[in-house]
Design a protein around this ligand. Structure first.
Ligand SMILES: [Zn+2]
Length: 459
């Protein structure tokens, strides 16, 4: 008689016999930096050389679909239909990564080669997202091997462009809406709230990037000859920035504030640990006054200056610069009028006398905010299974503080989205030394095996 214990043992064996490491290693060996990819073919090889054997073992009928957007990397989609009477779970993952950042990692680490140091596995993509979707695929495989069926239908979407804003994913979901028809998305990305407690998040914050520029003339002008009679773009831009937030980061544009921090959301956020990080000290007085750190992070919007430039700070000259530029970002939760963020900013700057500051939005990478309701039946079901496995309360947050193309699933496919992250905040995602502790990977694989087993058990 097939049992959950056997499926868990099968998953445990992936670790004991080193197969998990070997498989993850083969995925990390495939360089899939979507920002600097030489060709779309390079990215596509992740499907054929990386995932195809597991997908075949899972009995998925897969196909590679050209990106609806020109020069965008192709998608891998697939289905495994067991019965029209069963629920259908959609799995998403992204095989692309941020740049390798070679030479900036701990000594002896080559980013596209796995290395274990102090019970942590290092390598580009280990946390974001190769390790995470590998866990889900192997957990599914364990259930299938033991039970000979999943007990639900499975559909998959893989992309190779998440790190460059998921080009074409929106259109793909539109075009293949019927193909992807499912009951729920269960996927993994991002970090847990706390390393030892499973986390569920139900969506993501969005992000809008834009540039602010003060550009007055061609070329710099000697400050001895012109200082006092020429507008200084650095000074003007600094003042313009100062009306967007106050000196403590509180947003000053009224229409940029969200309307979604409800009592229900606050209640869920109250059950999270109040310490945001063990390793990084939080600036308590930063951001919206009166909110807890968790409310600021998961329930509110934040404005950042990502880069700032006027003149050349390495080789300064005594001159009034011709221009100054700031690359800015608004991270926002649902309940923010995202289509009007830029026009609200324009109005605000104009109102404060900054008509000369231009807002540039070309080439901006934007993500929409989205989330599934906290009173969703799938949340209840999955939360219950994870809590039983964990033996205690787990962490449920309305959305990730970061961004994901989650709105493709909630808004276009119209399905609830349950994200179960298999990494932790200190994983150095998007930075040198990306890693995940082996213990966390192993725990996540068992957790997902248990979840998939239980979701398919009533067959
Ligand atoms: Zn990422």
């Amino acid at each position: 008689m097939a049992s959950l214990a056997q499926a868990l043992e099968n998953s445990n064996n992936w670790f004991a016999n080193g197969e998990f490491f070997t498989k993850l290693s083969s995925l990390v060996n495939i360089v899939s930096d979507s920002k600097n990819s030489v060709s779309v073919e390079d990215l596509t090889s992740y499907y054929a050389d990386g995932l195809s054997d597991i997908l075949e073992e899972l009995g998925l009928q897969t196909e590679i679909i050209d990106n609806p957007i020109k020069n965008g990397p192709p998608f891998l989609i697939g289905t495994r239909l067991e019965s029209s009477q069963l629920n259908t779970i959609l799995l998403y993952g992204h095989g692309d990564t941020v740049p390798l950042q070679e030479g900036q990692w701990f000594e002896g680490i080559i980013p596209n080669e796995l290395k274990i140091i102090d019970d942590k596995i290092y390598g580009r993509g280990v946390a974001d997202n190769k390790g995470q979707h590998l866990i889900n695929l192997l957990a599914l495989l364990s259930v299938l091997k033991i039970r000979k069926k999943l007990g639900f239908n499975l559909k998959i979407i893989f992309e190779m462009g998440e790190e460059i804003g998921s080009p074409g994913l929106f259109d793909l979901c539109e075009q293949y809406k019927d193909y992807f028809e499912s009951d729920v998305l269960i996927a993994s990305d991002g970090p847990r709230v706390a390393i030892n407690v499973p986390t569920i998040f139900l969506g993501s914050r969005g992000a809008i990037n834009f540039e602010l520029e003060a550009k007055y003339r061609e070329g710099a002008h000697h400050s001895g000859n012109w200082g006092g009679v020429l507008r200084d773009p650095g000074v003007r831009l600094s003042h313009a920035l100062s009306v967007i937030t106050d000196k403590y980061g509180k947003i000053l544009i009224e229409n940029w504030k969200p309307t979604s921090l409800t009592e229900e959301v606050r209640h869920r956020l109250k059950s999270l640990p109040t310490t945001i990080s063990e390793t990084l000290e939080i600036d308590e007085n930063w951001g919206e006054p009166g909110l807890s750190s968790n409310e600021k992070l998961f329930g509110w919007n934040s404005f950042s200056i990502l880069a700032l430039k006027s003149g050349n700070i390495d080789v300064p000259v005594n001159a009034i610069q011709p221009s100054a530029k700031a690359l800015c970002q608004l991270r926002f939760v649902v309940g923010t009028d995202s289509n009007k963020v830029i026009s609200y900013l324009r109005g605000h700057l104009d109102h404060h006398g900054f008509k000369d500051i231009e807002i540039i939005t070309e080439d901006a990478i934007n993500f929409e905010a989205s989330r599934t309701n906290l009173n969703n039946i799938w949340l209840e079901k999955v939360e219950h299974i994870l809590e039983k496995f964990h033996g205690d309360k787990i962490h449920v947050i309305p959305n990730l503080a970061g961004s994901l193309p989650n709105n493709c699933f909630t808004d276009i496919l119209g399905i609830p989205t349950i994200w179960i992250p298999h990494s932790y905040k200190e994983c150095s995602q998007h930075a040198p030394n990306e890693h995940v502790p082996i213990k966390l990977l192993r725990n996540s694989l068992l957790l997902m095996t248990d979840l998939y087993w239980n979701l398919g058990k009533d067959v």
